[in-house]
Write a new protein. Sequence first.
Length: 278
Amino acid sequence: METPPNLPPDPFDLEGTAAVVVGAGSAAAGVGIGRACALSLSARGARVGLIDRNRAAAEETLSMVQAAGGEGFAVAADVGAPDTIREAMTACAEALGGVHVVVSNVGIVGPPGDATEVDLDEWTAALHVNVTGMATTARYAIPHLRAAGGGSIVNISSVSGLRGGYPHLSYATTKGALLNMTRAMATQHGPEGIRVNTVAPGEVYTPRVRARGLSEEMRTARRMSVPLRTEGDAWDAAAAVTYLVSPASRWVTGVVLPVDGGLSATLPLRSPAPRSGE
Ligand SMILES: NC(=O)c1ccc[n+]([C@@H]2O[C@H](COP(=O)([O-])OP(=O)(O)OC[C@H]3O[C@@H](n4cnc5c(N)ncnc54)[C@H](O)[C@@H]3O)[C@@H](O)[C@H]2O)c1
């Protein structure tokens, strides 16, 4: 009989991995993308570092991790205040015995409007959180990943950053910037064994979206607007993140993985709605 091949170990196993999630609380009660990432990585065996501007939200995630039998550490920090992120990353490394994985999840919706309408002070503030915040997170995470001999970073963007079509310029611009930031970082840090990838969620139903008060009709319309005709949630984004930080993706870097029910694969079949007055 032929000798069976040696199967590789479970490529999704994160036992022994220290994973830091930045934005690990939840934007509203329930499970948003950051919290889902923390719980999913913990369920695969990772020890999790939970950083959030909202200390209580990070501690709530920690309680959920511990209730499920996982281990973690929560600390408050603001991606807009670099020193707090540096200190929090160091505190996580000390508590977890290093850092191997970083999920950079913080993103704010920012100001509405097109270029002629947007408030420029709010525009600058949104760039500071959504773009500079992810660069700052990487800046203070990478020395720990180097010390660990390599690692993985996942930046959370959005389908709003993949193409035109999102009505508000600020969010579309900041989320778009993360795509090439990811590719540039992947190129710069690949030789050090550090992988950098992006997950671009579509219109997932998260606590933040629920808090906006979507009607059942609106939820059905969202469901029917994607090829898979189903609604996505925070766990879908977290599953993609789990893949991108696990050994299963060890040869994958610099990619943008949409998690959107197929939305970004679809050409619009009708013109944008006319603007008022048109
Ligand atoms: N919710 C969606 O439908 C959706 C769709 C596409 C992309 N995204 C992106 O996914 C990410 C998570 O979105 P979510 O709605 O699931 O949020 P979430 O529930 O994961 O909560 C985000 C967390 O970030 C924290 N935070 C906010 N500003 C911070 C700062 N300056 N420093 C540190 N922590 C801060 C908040 O306290 C909150 O706990 C964002 O980057 C968002 O742009 C969300």
